[in-house]
Every structure is written in structure tokens, then in C-alpha cells.
Design a protein around this ligand. Sequence first.
Ligand SMILES: [Zn+2]
Length: 467
Amino acid sequence: MRSKTLVVMLFVAAVGATLLFRRPYNGEAGGSWTFRRYMDGLADFRDSVSAVLADTLEVRTACVGEGGTLGGLLFKTGVEGSRYLDCCDIFMDSLGWTSVRVGDTLESVYTRGRLSRVLGRPRNGRGCYSIDFDSTGTPVGWGWVPEENYRRLRAVVLEVESTVWESIAGNGVPGDLTPTGRVVTARDSVRRVAYIKNFENNLANKLFVYDIDFYYDVRPGDSIWVLLEEIRYPASNETSFGRIIAAKYVFSLGGMTEALPFFHAAEPPAPSGTVVLLDYYHGNGASLRTMFLKMPVPFGRISSPYSDARMHPVLGYTRVHRGIDYAAPMGTEIYAVGDGVITFRGWSGGYGNIVRIRHANGYETGYGHMSRFARGQEVGTHVRQGDVIGYVGSTGLSTGPHVHFEMKKNGAYVNPSSEIVPPADPLEGEELELFLAQLSVLEEIWNRMTGGNLPMSRGEEVSAEGE
Ligand SMILES: [Zn+2]
């Protein structure tokens, strides 16, 4: 219990701190900023040591002009002999700084007259390559030192008019990326495209890849609610896309899909108090990575497996059976095995009453021989994994109550039992409690950031499941 409280506190600290650090941003076009300071204890320590040594430090700087070389930079800042060769080796072979460009700079730091450090700064590189020397002039450590940055949370609401890309371009790009709201230079344009690409990729190809088909399911009037993290680089005055903390996709035809984070305290050797985002879940703790249920009925036995050839019991001749038959009592509920959209609902020859559903990633499923359909659904209705879509029957070419379950991928029949993705474990017990505790904090913050309009779905789900 204590550890649970602790982790919630850490989470509150991580998300809440961004709000406490709200302060006016004095720079480009208005608005207030929410910052989380990226604390690097080591850098702080180095800074204070540097301050003490300041009067004994000398820094020589050189900048690459047309036709400049790394060797030229080293030479200009007084790096010679074996240290010159060491620097060339380390920069090029170990650190991969193989070519310098106009605008790159090099700093050689001398402590009491001896070379102690060489810093290579690629222009717009958001950090620098660093090589440290001991008192004998031997290189003792090197690496990439990222530029100090800030993280901020931003709540974005996208109204879909045509494509997700268009809606991000219309509302999802931060103002400081395009200060006047228009693309000013080629560089702005490149940053803008990169930002939109990252945003769209995280949303469509990572978070909702199993839940939403972004080719078919997106309709004008849908809305997307995203809580995202942006990275701000004060030195270069730039903003870049960080990661999506949480997202909700609200369908205009009804229904909603959510991707909600589960945070956890990081294990050592991470600094204590570090919080990591473990994975994303639906509001009830089910993993986002669960694409299909194992079968479309709550209980049932396979009366006829998928096969390429068998004797058909009614027609009396050999015929492929491109599906799985689950025998179950008349009237048993039939579930949608995954999130999707109903594309057919009616009578279809030997299938009798059948419902067909289109899912993400080119999958379709069909459920035949139903005695009746679920109420309140029609072609175009979004169904969630586990929603009842009909009831077991024996309509069409059928010898007894069963559901004929079939699956297609990109238009071709596939064996459902080999296509069914094993579901990732849902959150349960203490973890589920912790997730829900974090979620109530997160949704409260998120709701405040959206002016109290955040769509919520968990209440309904919980009560529906409690019955
Ligand atoms: Zn069948």
C-alpha cells in the first residue's frame, strides 16, 4: 500500500510539476507555458566545479567556414601532437562525427594551461560531442552530451475534417513552431512536417494501430483528444515533438477508443524518483495490444475447424471450410472479437443471418448462422471488442446451433486460430488499482487543460461490467 501511494505521488510530481511551473513565456507570441525542468545532477555538479575553476579556465573556440575541416578546427584551438590524433580518432571513429559543416564549432578547454576537454558542437545538433583528458593529456572519457531541455504538456483537440494529417496540420502544431501561424522559411516548413509526421505516426501507427483503421474509420466530425509532451530547447529556441501521454478518439457515429498510460517508478540504476511510462491501456485496464478475442462466444467447442478440404455435412461433397464453427446453445451471445465497424448485417445465402466487421490492419471477420442480431446496431456502427453483435442460431446451411466464424486479411481468407494475436496481459489487482488512481489524477489535469470538456467513458464501462 505504501509503495502504491509512493508511485502515485511520483506520478503526481511528474505531471503536476508541469502545472506548478507554469510561468509566462517571454519570447514569441503569447500564451503561458508548462515546464518540467530536466534535471541533470551531473551537469549541475560540473557547472559548480567550473565556476570555482573559472579563473583558471581558458576556452578557445573555432567555427567552420567554407571548406573547413575537423583537423583545421583542432589546429586553430591549439590541439596538437598525440592529442590531435586522439581527438580525430575519437570524434570520427568512436563518436561518428565524420564530417563537419559550415556553422559547426569546436571549443577546447584549457585548465591551468593544460588541455582538459574538447567540445564539438554540430550546428542545430541539440548537444555536443565531448572528450575529457586527464592531467597527463590522455583521453579518459567521451560521449554525446545532450543540450539541456524542458518538457511541457500540451492538450490538443483535433476536429477531423478530411484526414488525420490535415487535422494535425490545422490544430495540432504548436504556435511557436510557426510563430505567425504561417510557414515562414524552408526550415520552419521542414520542422513543421517532421512534427506532424511524428504526431501522426505515434497516434495511428503506435497507439491506435489495433483499434482504428485510419484509412476507413476516420469520418468528418470525429474528434481526437491528445495529451502530449513537447520538448523545448532554450538554446536554439526550438520545440520538437516528444511523446503522446494519452489519447482519446471519439467517433461521430458514437463510441470512443482510448489509449491511457500506466506509469511506474523506474528501477535502479535510474535516479530514484524517476517515473517511466510502461505501456498504454484502455480505461478498464485492458491492454491496447489486444487485437482479437480468442473466440466469438463465451463458451463453446470447435465443431469444425478451419480446413482446406472436408466433406460438407449438408451438401454432401468435399468443400473447403474457410472458418471455424463453434457449437453453442441456441441464443448464446456472439461477441465482436475486435474493435471495428459493421459492414454487413443481414441474410446471405448459406451463411443465414450474418454480421461482418471490418477491423484495423486489413482484417475482416464474419459471424454466420445467427438466430437474431443485437439491438441498436446497423451497418456503420462502431463496435468494441467484446460487444454483443448477435445470438447463436442455425439459419442458412446449418445442421445445428453454432456460429460460423471466419476471418479475412486484405481480402483473402485466413485461419483465425493462426492469425489471432495473443493478447497482452490486462492490468489486474494492485496494478489495476494503481492505474485507475493515476488515471483519475491524469484525467483531472487533462480535463482542466481542455476547459472541462474532456470526454470520459470509464464510468459507463465500470457499471456495465459490474452486472
Ligand atoms: Zn462453418
